[in-house]
Design a protein around this ligand. Structure first.
Ligand code: RIB
Length: 310
């Protein structure tokens, strides 16, 4: 790698409690499920670990609780090479958790308890300013308070560091005026529909909805479409990033794999389209394995996967 990319992530750290089900239960029903796994997750931590596994230097700004889960989260950052000097422990708070059900087609539904992630404040971003200011790119999602999101984007704009806003999980009251500080907005199609209040059934509708966000001032809107690839909208026009066909067993964290790897390759100097093509391959690899971070490829695994794709 010519230049080691440097990525900052301001975001959540969770422990994922994942139950694999044959079918989703209906309200009030009790069913037996074949498999349970506990693993490291959180959209922020997932994106950080994806970039780190691909060789980037990653600095994480996050919070954990003072419960039995927090040590494991900190050890996981150490193991994966993520700089966790700005991950603080909050007394009397729980570590963030995600209760996840994954069905036979690999699709999921997720219930989040923010815990300490809800205490990540704009001051924490300022405190990490020296490290974040030297990054090539800063990533942020919506599992932390909105004021912290806006502060991170404003920090990036002020310091000349490009930022990626992943508006997930989406909230209707996201202030688009303040979110516009982001260099790249990366929603999935459901998030795009909620942000724009427009239909996204067809690809033409997705393109039209993304275009309205560009018209409202975003430099680039990248819509992830799962198995259908991705779509980019910029003031110069829109285009598609082709999907990579694989057999999916668990899509948990695929969006995070996409964003973390995109950041790593863009920061290393690849063009927007080339970085997105790499991200599409990296996310495809992740859905062939169970879990979020556990499913992310190392650089060597990813190179082998890409070689097979040809
Ligand atoms: O994007 C997947 C992640 O969402 C999971 O790891 C879970 O922690 C939730 O935050």
């Amino acid at each position: 790698m010519a230049k080691r990319p440097r990525i900052g992530v301001v975001g959540s750290s969770n422990v994922d409690l994942v139950t694999y089900v044959d079918r989703m239960p209906v309200w009030g029903e009790t069913i037996a499920a074949p498999r349970f796994e506990m693993s490291h997750g959180g959209k922020g931590a997932n994106q950080a670990v994806a970039a780190a596994k691909l060789g980037a230097a990653v600095v994480m700004v996050s919070k954990v609780g003072d419960d039995m889960l927090s040590d494991g989260v900190l050890q996981n950052f150490e193991r994966t090479g993520v700089d966790a000097r700005h991950v603080e422990r909050v007394n009397g708070q729980s570590t963030g958790t995600a209760t996840i059900l994954v069905d036979k087609s690999g699709d999921n539904c997720i219930l989040i308890v923010k815990g300490a992630n809800g205490d990540l404040a704009p001051e924490d971003v300022e405190r990490a300013g020296e490290d974040l200011g030297s990054c090539d790119l800063i990533l942020i999602q919506l599992e932390v308070p909105l004021e912290t999101v806006y502060a991170t984007l404003a920090f990036g704009r002020r310091r000349g560091v490009k930022t990626v806003l992943n508006p997930a999980p989406v909230v209707r009251d996201l202030d688009i005026e303040r979110a516009r500080d982001a260099s790249f907005l990366m929603p999935n199609e459901t998030e795009l529909a909620i942000l724009t209040r427009l239909p996204v059934e067809s690809e033409a509708e997705v393109a039209a909805a993304a275009k309205t966000l560009v018209e409202r001032g975003f430099e680039a809107v990248i819509v992830t479409l799962g198995a259908r690839g991705a779509l980019i909208a910029t003031p110069e026009g829109g285009r598609r990033i082709a999907p990579v066909k694989v057999e999916a067993i668990d899509t948990t964290g695929a969006g995070d794999a996409f964003i973390g790897s995109f950041a790593r390759y863009l920061a290393a100097g690849l063009s927007l389209d080339a970085a997105l093509a790499q991200a599409s391959r990296y996310a495809a690899f992740s859905v062939t394995r169970r879990g979020a971070q556990k499913s992310f490829a190392t650089e060597a695994e990813f190179e082998a996967f890409c070689a097979k794709l040809g």
